[in-house]
Design a protein around this ligand. Structure first.
Ligand code: GDP
Length: 367
């Protein structure tokens, strides 16, 4: 299962957010046999408003949403790339995740010590990004000589690596993250060999005060982070109040709805954050609905029908014959499976069909 790592300076609200995510959105691990079971890893359901109407049409009671894992990577401080704090361990943890949720403090609270003095989220972002970029620079400098040596003997692949590594050194040497490099598809393929920290996609989670939640997207600090993230990192942002999310987790659903209303918001920040993280990971959902259950299955955008079938069972990829597919909108507009069939909305798709988010599928597989 793909993982998003929660990182940030101390005291910005990472653990509060992790607890809120994993307590209120905790997925039933038994439904997801390949999830990681460790204390700092939470399997979290991906909220999807399409599941309930679909279950009604399918006539099933059991709904199984898609899930992703969040990892609490505590303790990153300035100097981590030089081994400060538990630097190397944390950088190694970040290396293992597929994307990063970088929590920044946008709330003032005199009772909670700010690790770096006053509240300044862009400064905080730059502190952490500098550590990631420095760690990458070191790692690339370690590898560059051996590739350069091989390149001299005429090895084409080594020449490509050597040229790319030199570009990475120049780019990270200016303090810029690898993800902002302008790379060809071939170079992107080579990049995977180095597993660099600053090449990972990032979502900036702006932890705001509860009184700022109602208009959080227009909060000056959130806007500052959003502008910085877009300009310097090609990254998105998501406002959240970790403390409110934690409190919501302790309330019954109707009380939680009332609380949200009193704060002037309609949906919890965790829902938005999870959806954004899912998108960030390049993931989408297709659905199955049958007598037993209605379920969202996660696939990487761009995958073809047989690989999508393999998400249900690895055998299905080889044994794939065809898929019967209807889009969620067509099915819901038709009102029932029979009506969608009568209206000719179901399509038979073969091995080359590229799945779309919201496809409702039935696979035909061989013995
Ligand atoms: P971490 O070090 O980044 O994991 O930070 P914690 O989650 O432990 O939070 C540090 C302190 O800030 C705790 O006392 C939290 O209760 C508090 N905190 C976290 N989120 C918020 C928030 O949204 N508003 C306020 N006022 N305090 C918060």
């Amino acid at each position: 299962m793909l993982q998003s790592g929660i990182v940030g300076l101390p005291n910005v609200g990472k653990s509060t957010l992790f607890n809120a995510l994993t307590r209120t959105r905790k997925a039933e691990a038994a439904n997801y046999p390949f999830c990681t079971i460790e204390p700092n890893v939470g399997v979290v359901e991906v909220p999807d408003e399409r599941l309930a109407p679909l279950a009604e049409i399918g006539g099933t009671k059991t709904i199984i949403p898609a899930a992703i894992e969040f990892v609490d990577i505590a303790g990153l401080v300035a100097g981590a790339s030089k081994g400060e704090g538990l630097g190397n361990k944390f950088l190694a943890n970040i290396r293992e995740v597929d994307a990063i949720v970088h929590v920044v403090r946008c709330f003032e609270d005199d009772d909670i010590i700010h690790n770096m003095g006053g509240v300044d989220p862009v400064r905080d972002i730059e502190i952490i990004n500098t550590e990631l970029v420095l760690a990458d620079l070191e790692s690339v400098e370690r590898q560059i000589n051996s590739w350069a040596k091989k390149a001299k003997s005429g090895d084409k692949e080594a020449q490509a690596h050597s040229a790319l590594l030199q570009r990475i050194v120049a780019h990270t040497g200016e303090g810029k993250p690898v993800i902002t490099m302008d790379l060809s598809d071939d170079e992107r393929a080579l990049l995977k060999f180095y597993n660099l920290l600053s090449a990972k996609k990032v979502l900036y989670a702006c932890n705001v005060k509860e009184s700022d939640l109602a208009d959080a997207d227009n909060h000056p600090l959130v806007q500052k982070v959003a502008a910085w993230a877009a300009e310097h990192h090609g990254a998105g942002y998501c406002p959240i109040c970790a403390r409110v999310e934690e409190e919501l987790g302790e309330l019954a659903p109707d009380e939680a709805a009332e609380y949200l209303e009193s704060l002037g918001i309609s949906d919890s920040g965790c829902n938005r954050l999870i959806r954004e993280a899912y998108k960030l990971l390049g993931l989408a959902s297709y659905f199955t609905t049958g007598e037993k259950e209605t379920r969202a299955w996660t696939f990487r955008l761009g995958l073809k029908a047989p690989q999508c079938a393999a998400v249900i069972h690895t055998d299905f990829e080889k044994k794939f014959i065809k898929a019967e597919v209807v889009s969620y909108d067509d099915l819901v507009n038709a009102g029932s499976i029979a009506a969608a069939r009568d209206a000719g909305k179901y399509r038979l798709e073969g091995k080359e069909y590229v799945f779309k988010d919201g496809d409702v599928a039935l696979f035909k597989v061989g013995a």
